[in-house]
Design a protein around this ligand. Structure first.
Ligand code: SF4
Ligand code: SF4
Length: 333
């Protein structure tokens, strides 16, 4: 289903996460809790869609967002361990939120499962380990195109655009517009450019999307901005991890963008949004996207307990907006 402000909760399964089994487990549990808006790498969307339909949903009941990075955006990177430098301290394995680091039973060396690695850098930050390095890719843009060519239905495409090259952002955005019709979101953080430059760039991208809509006689697709905070920060419950994205959203609100907040979101985000957004911002009250936090919240719990936790987060999110004027008769279930 097109988004059209029907839900405030987006579940991010991790652009870098290609481990279908674990992504599906998380998605289906949150679907049972009420979530209908899922964001993942294009490579896993077909299996995710099949899983949701098997669970009893119709395809129009849920919104699928395909995420793809511009080359250089941290969402498109993978960590690697240099065998010759690694001392085998195991700290990276203990601190990886995705269980992507493992000890090779044969060689005894630490390695990273690139299917699971989301590029969050928690492994490197913990010790500033010189044995860990990153490789960047933007292969998901081609995967997105391939899915569209195959006729797979994607409701929203999200371009991760936190790089310092504005021309490249515009070029990749234009490329996506040549083959994708639907809602488009641009995920960008506050650190790349001064606010005026960011707004100017986003207005240009919104204009390009609008021109594309007109050329394709599409009057229902929307342009979204995902205000990103500390991406993939490990999902703690601190206020500072969520303030960055909330304040960025607040800065963008006067410009009339449809907003999503992500990066550092947690159980405090709905309340902080309520506290910080004013009545004047009501039209643009954002969707909240949960990634690492949502996954960590249910990790290792028995299914019943995990479902209760997921339901609480979902309900707190859907009910957070005291200024909401969106159509209350719209059902998300
Ligand atoms: S933190 Fe660095 S040194 Fe320690 S096991 Fe991981 S890669 Fe090796
Ligand atoms: S901590 Fe993050 S970057 Fe490091 S291996 Fe795990 S997922 Fe990849």
């Amino acid at each position: 289903m097109p988004l059209n402000n029907k839900t405030k909760f987006k579940l991010i399964l991790g652009l870098g996460n290609k481990d279908i089994k674990s992504a599906l487990e998380v998605a289906l549990l949150y679907a049972k809790a009420g979530v209908r808006f899922f964001d993942a790498s294009p490579e896993i969307l077909p299996e995710l869609s099949k899983g949701l339909i098997k669970l009893g949903f119709n395809r129009d009941d849920f919104t699928l967002c395909a995420s793809a990075p511009i080359l250089g955006d941290i969402h498109g990177r993978k960590a690697f361990i240099s065998e010759s430098i690694c001392s085998g301290c195991s700290l990276c394995m203990k601190n990886c939120p995705e269980d992507a680091v493992y000890k090779n039973k044969k060689s005894g060396k630490y390695e990273i499962d690139s299917k699971k690695c989301i590029g969050c850098s928690a492994c490197k930050k913990i010790t500033n380990c010189y044995a860990i390095s990153f490789e960047y890719s933007n292969g998901e843009i081609n995967s997105l195109k391939k899915l569209i060519d195959e006729g797979f239905k994607i409701d929203m495409a999200e371009l991760h655009a936190s790089i310092s090259d504005k021309k490249q952002i515009i070029k990749d955005f234009k490329d996506i517009l040549t083959f994708f019709r639907g809602d488009i979101s641009v995920c960008i953080n506050r650190r790349q450019f001064p606010l005026d430059d960011t707004v100017k760039l986003l207005k240009e991208l919104k204009r390009l999307h609008s021109v594309s809509n007109t050329q394709n006689s599409d009057n229902s697709s929307e342009f979204y901005v995902q205000a990103d905070g500390a991406s993939m920060n490990g999902g703690d419950s601190s206020d500072d991890s969520t303030l960055e994205c909330v304040l960025f959203a607040k800065e963008l609100a006067p410009y009339g963008f449809n907003l999503i907040v992500s990066g550092g979101t947690n159980n405090n985000t709905p309340k902080i949004l309520n506290d910080i957004m004013s009545e004047d911002d009501e039209y643009n009250m954002p969707v909240i996207a949960y990634g690492t936090y949502a996954r960590k919240l249910i990790s290792g719990l028995p299914p019943k307990e995990a479902l209760i936790k997921a339901k609480v987060l979902f309900e707190e999110t859907e009910n957070y907006d005291r200024y909401d004027r969106r159509d209350s008769t719209v059902s998300i279930g």
